[in-house]
Design a protein around this ligand. Structure first.
Ligand code: NAD
Length: 349
């Protein structure tokens, strides 16, 4: 299995995307997000996505170079239409606009329609935290879903992730999670590696618990369970429903519904300028004492350290910046195959 450093992952992604016809300034943004996802340990949102993205371009679903229109512009909110450009490109613009409006108005809400896969939400909330904002970001996916409602068997919801970020000294607290028991990309990684998965994440097409990710990808199609699984899934299910309402209905993007065609992501971004609510140094003091208090709890056997949301990504990021990222053979084969079809040589990387 090949191992690549951050700059090599970026190069692989940018070469493939440029080969597929993506303008350089857009491919740089997407490649940066993919490489970053690999580095912080979320391979499901890393260069593995290149194959899917190129396929989506060929299907006319991702439209690089498309304008990002401001449909509604108000002092503290806006609606953007991404016209099916890359989600990473649109989300970067939405975040910049959200931070600018929050600086002026204290808070800002940005809704985005027709936005393709934005990748790892925590990347955006982390960036905003570093700029002095507390941010909430959530994403839905219109059209047929992959997640069963609480008590159901059939797919009716998306994985509807939510991320929230806040500054913590030089770093950040970053919650970034699906409202389903697992991200679909993580199933795909296990499937490609030929691995089984823990029970409680998916059911097969008949509603039985399954440890075989293949049950999700082959007929009769299984479903991902809502976060909390068979016992506590009503909570993840409830969050997912509200993400569809906020991100899908208010943005005009559409909701997850079996009878609707596959659409692009609907995005809800809520940005708060800390300094408009509380003195920044006071906030920093409060959050650091709070973090210390949490981390000082007695630990269960086998636990070395209590980690805050987002801390594991920072740790993995440091490890992988040193060791590089190993890409599974099957994933690398698929990326090379895609590159070859585009006439892109990846040999020299
Ligand atoms: N763009 C999309 O449409 C889309 C859809 C689904 C998921 N995603 C992305 O998929 C990624 C994976 O989501 P996930 O739910 O599988 O993430 P996850 O389960 O790996 O992590 C969820 C949260 O728990 C924290 N965490 C993990 N281990 C911890 C520990 N031991 N102690 C304390 N906190 C811990 C993480 O920092 C993170 O904030 C996310 O980046 C999400 O944004 C994107």
């Amino acid at each position: 299995m090949p191992t690549f450093n951050r700059s090599q992952l970026f190069q692989i992604a940018q070469l493939v995307l440029n080969g597929a016809g993506v303008p350089v300034e857009e491919s740089a943004i997407v490649a940066e997000e993919l490489a970053e996802a690999n580095i912080v340990g979320h391979d499901s949102h890393g260069v593995m996505r290149l194959v899917q993205y190129v396929q989506m371009m060929h299907e006319g679903f991702v439209k690089p170079g498309s304008p990002i229109d401001v449909v509604t512009d108000a002092p503290a909110f806006a609606i953007l239409d991404g016209h099916f450009n890359f989600g990473q490109v649109i989300a970067a613009k939405a975040l910049a606009m959200g931070m600018e409006k929050a600086r002026q108005s204290g808070t800002a809400t940005i809704m985005v329609r027709n936005c393709n896969h934005v990748g790892r939400l925590g990347s955006y909330t982390h960036k905003a935290a570093r700029e002095g904002f507390v941010t909430l970001m959530a994403v839905n996916a219109p059209g047929p879903g992959g997640v069963a409602p609480f008590g159901g068997i059939d797919r009716r919801l998306g994985t509807n992730p939510i991320s929230m970020g806040a500054p913590l000294g030089e770093e950040a607290i970053v919650l970034d999670m699906t409202t389903s028991a697992t991200a679909e990309g993580k199933l795909r990684v296990s499937h490609q590696k030929g691995e089984t998965i823990p029970e409680g994440l998916i059911i097969d097409g008949h509603g039985n618990p399954s440890a075989n990710p293949g049950d999700y990808y082959s007929k009769p199609y299984g479903a991902i369970l809502p976060l909390g699984g068979a016992l506590m899934g009503h909570k993840g299910f409830g969050l997912a429903v509200m993400v569809d309402v906020l991100c899908g209905m208010l943005s005009g993007s559409g909701v997850c519904r079996d009878d609707l065609p596959r659409g692009a992501n609907g995005v809800w971004l809520y940005v708060v300028d800390i300094s408009r609510f509380i003195d920044r140094s006071e906030f920093d003091c409060l959050v650091s004492k709070y973090a210390e208090s949490i981390k000082s709890a007695r630990k269960l056997p086998g636990v070395n350290e209590i980690l805050l949301p987002g801390e594991i990504e920072v740790r993995r990021g440091k490890e992988r910046a040193a060791s590089g990222v190993t890409i599974p053979d099957e994933t690398w084969r698929q990326i090379q195959d895609t590159a070859q079809k585009l006439g892109v040589a990846l040999d020299g990387i």
